[in-house]
Design a protein around this ligand. Sequence first.
Ligand SMILES: Nc1nc2c(ncn2[C@@H]2O[C@H](COP(=O)(O)OP(=O)(O)OP(=O)(O)O)[C@@H](O)[C@H]2O)c(=O)[nH]1
Ligand SMILES: [Mg+2]
Length: 411
Amino acid sequence: MQVRTFEAVDMKQALQLVKKEMGPRAVIVSSRSVRKDGGLFGLLGRRVLEVTAAADDPPGSPDAAAELGAPSSPRSNLPSSLTGGRRRGGQVYNEIRAVKQAVDPVLDEIRSIRETVASLDPDRSPGAEDLRADIAQIRTLLSSLIGSGTISADAEGAATQKLFYFLLARGIDEPLARSLVQRVVSRVDSGALADLERLKLNLAAEMRHDLTRATRGSAPSRVQIFVGPTGVGKTTTIAKLAARAAQSSPEGALLVTTDVHRVAAVEQMMRFGEMLGIPVEIAISPEDLARTLVNTERRVFIDTAGRSHRDPATVRALRGLIEPAGDAEVMLVMSATTRAADSREILQTYLQLPCSRLIMTKLDETRVYGELFNCVVRSGRPLACVTTGQSVPQNLESLDAPGILRKVLHG
Ligand SMILES: Nc1nc2c(ncn2[C@@H]2O[C@H](COP(=O)(O)OP(=O)(O)OP(=O)(O)O)[C@@H](O)[C@H]2O)c(=O)[nH]1
Ligand SMILES: [Mg+2]
C-alpha cells in the first residue's frame, strides 16, 4: 500500500494529480486546506489544498507480491535458474500475474459452463426448484379456495389461477400475488369468480388501496441524503434532482458527495456539477458533512457510496452520515430491474435507516414493472420519482399511485 500527499489549488486539480500518479483506483484518505510559504507563522502564505491518497502497490512490487501470496524473497523461494536478484524476482512475479490474468477468464468460462450443465439436470436446477415451489403454492391456494367452498375447480378456479399467473408475469412478488388473489376472491360475489375481467377490476382496486397506504417516513426537508445498493443510479439521479431544484428554488442547489473513497466517484460528481452549474462540496467525514450543512442555505443533495445490503457494516456506516445531516430526508434508491427476492433483502437492510421515500431507477431497462408495487407495498414508503434513462437532467418522472398501477398492470 502506498500513501502519498499532493498539493493543489483545488480538488479538481488534486484529483487529476492523484489519478495521474496513483491510478484511478486510488482512494482519498484526507484533504485539508493549508497556508504555504508565509512568514509571520504562515499567516501570510497562499492557501493550498493538501490531499492524501492511498493505493495498492503497483503489480510486481515486493509488497504487492507478498500481499498476493507471491514469495516475499524471490531469491530464497524460486528455482535458482529464476533468481536473478530483486529485479528478476519482479519479472517472474509479472509473468505469473500475466499467466493468471490469461487463465482467470477461462476458469470463469468453465464455472459458467458447469452451472449451465447443472441447470440441465432437473433435480439440481434452482429454476426447477422455484417452479416446483410455485406449482405447490398454486395448488395450495386453489385447494384452500375450493376447500372453503368459495369456488369450484372449474371455470372459476381457472379464472383465479389466471389472475395469479397474470400477477406473477407482471413481476409481482409471489407472496404479495397470493395475498392479492385471496383478497379479490373473498371480496367479489360468486357470480364474478369465473369472469377474469371482473376479477382484474377488483384486483386493481385492491392494489390501489395498498399503494395509497404508503406514507412518507419524515417531513419534507431542504436537505436530502441518498442511500442504496451499488450502481443503482444514485449519483445520476441526484444530479437530475439538483438540476430541477436549481431551476425552481430561489436559494439554489448544492451537491455534496461523501463518496470520497474512489477518485472516479468524486470526479463523476464534479463533472455533473460543472455541467449543471451547481457547486459541489466534498465531505470527507461526518464532521465535515455537518460543517458543510451549517454553512449553506441551499437545497442540499448528499450522495453516499453504494453499499451492498449484505455487508454488515452498511447500516452502521450510513447511520454515521445520516446523524450529522440532522433532519435530512433519507431517500432510498433502488433499481426496477432488481429481482424480487433481492429487493426484499435490500429493503430489510436499508429500512433499518429512517428512509422516508423511494426512488426507482432504470425503468427503461425492463418491461416488467412489478418491482414498483413490490417495493412501495413492502416498504410502506411512497415513490418520490422514477428514472427512465441515463440522460441528465432528463429522464426523471414522478408517478402517483394510479400511475404506478397503470405501469404495473399494463406496461
Ligand atoms: N438505463 C439507465 N441507466 C441509468 C439510469 N440511472 C443511472 N443509470 C446508469 O447507471 C450507471 C450507474 O449510475 P450511478 O449514478 O453511478 O450509480 P450509483 O448508484 O451512484 O453507483 P455507486 O456510487 O457506484 O454505488 C451509470 O452508467 C448511469 O448512467 C436509468 O434510469 N436508466
Ligand atoms: Mg455514485
